[in-house]
Design a protein around this ligand. Structure first.
Ligand SMILES: [Zn+2]
Length: 195
C-alpha cells in the first residue's frame, strides 16, 4: 500500500518557530550556554495521565498550569517544571512549546557520549504515547518531517546524533519505550534527508 508522505515542514531560523504549527509557548525555557548550538535530537514519549491520549494536560504541564487536583497522577508530579521543544500528537498535529534555538527543560540528569546536561545542546521532541501502545503512522511521518526540517535549519545537527530519552538517562527514564520503532523512523528520515 502506498502511503503519501506528509508535506515538508519549515522552521523560521530567525525565531526558531515551526511555520504553521500550533504554538503554546512555555515559560519553562532559557538561553543555551554561550557558544552552544543544538547537536543532538532527543525523542521522548509522554501521555497525561499515563496511557490516556487527547486531553489538554501535556500543554498544561509544559506551561506550568497542570491542576494537581484534576487527577491523582497530577498530584504525584505537582511542582514538576518541565518542557520540550515540541509534541507530536497521535493524529500527527505538532504543538511547539519552546523555540528551537532556546534551551527547553526535557532531559533532566542526562549524558550523551560523555557530555552531561543534554538540555544545553539538544532539541527535545515528545511523541504522545505510552509503553506498549504502538505510535501512529502519522507520528512517524511527522517526526521524520520535523527531524528533516531541523537538520535543514541547524547544520550543527546530524542524523547520526538522534537518541531516545532512555539512551541519555538510562535506569531513570524509559521513554520513548521499546514501542518506538527506530528502524522505521530512520528509514522515513532517510527518505527526507538522504545525506
Ligand atoms: Zn522523556
Amino acid at each position: 500500500m502506498h502511503r503519501a508522505a506528509t508535506a515538508p515542514l519549515r522552521i523560521d531560523a530567525a525565531t526558531g518557530l515551526l511555520v504553521g504549527a500550533r504554538q503554546v509557548l512555555s515559560p519553562h525555557c532559557d538561553a543555551r550556554p554561550a557558544g552552544l548550538k543544538p547537536d543532538l535530537l532527543v525523542v521522548h514519549g509522554i501521555s497525561l495521565p499515563p496511557g490516556e491520549f487527547g486531553g489538554p494536560w501535556i500543554d498544561r504541564l509544559f506551561t506550568g498550569a497542570l491542576p494537581p487536583d484534576a487527577h491523582p497522577y497530577f498530584k504525584e508530579i505537582e511542582g514538576l517544571i518541565a518542557s520540550a521543544h515540541a509534541l507530536i500528537r497521535r493524529d500527527g498535529q505538532i504543538v511547539q512549546y519552546v523555540p528551537f534555538g532556546q534551551r527547553a527543560w526535557h532531559a533532566g540528569k542526562s549524558e550523551y557520549q560523555g557530555r552531561a546536561a543534554c538540555n544545553d545542546f539538544s532539541i527535545g521532541i515528545e511523541l504522545e504515547g505510552a509503553d506498549g501502545t504502538p505510535y501512529t503512522e502519522a507520528q512517524y511521518q511527522q517526526l521524520a518531517a520535523l527531524a528533516a526540517a531541523l537538520l535543514a535549519t541547524y547544520d550543527s545537527l546530524s542524523a547520526e546524533h538522534i537518541a531516545g530519552h532512555s539512551d541519555i538517562a538510562p535506569g531513570r527514564k524509559e521513554d520513548p519505550w521499546p514501542t518506538f520503532d527506530w528502524p522505521r523512523f530512520r528509514a522515513l528520515l532517510k527518505e527526507r534527508w538522504p545525506r
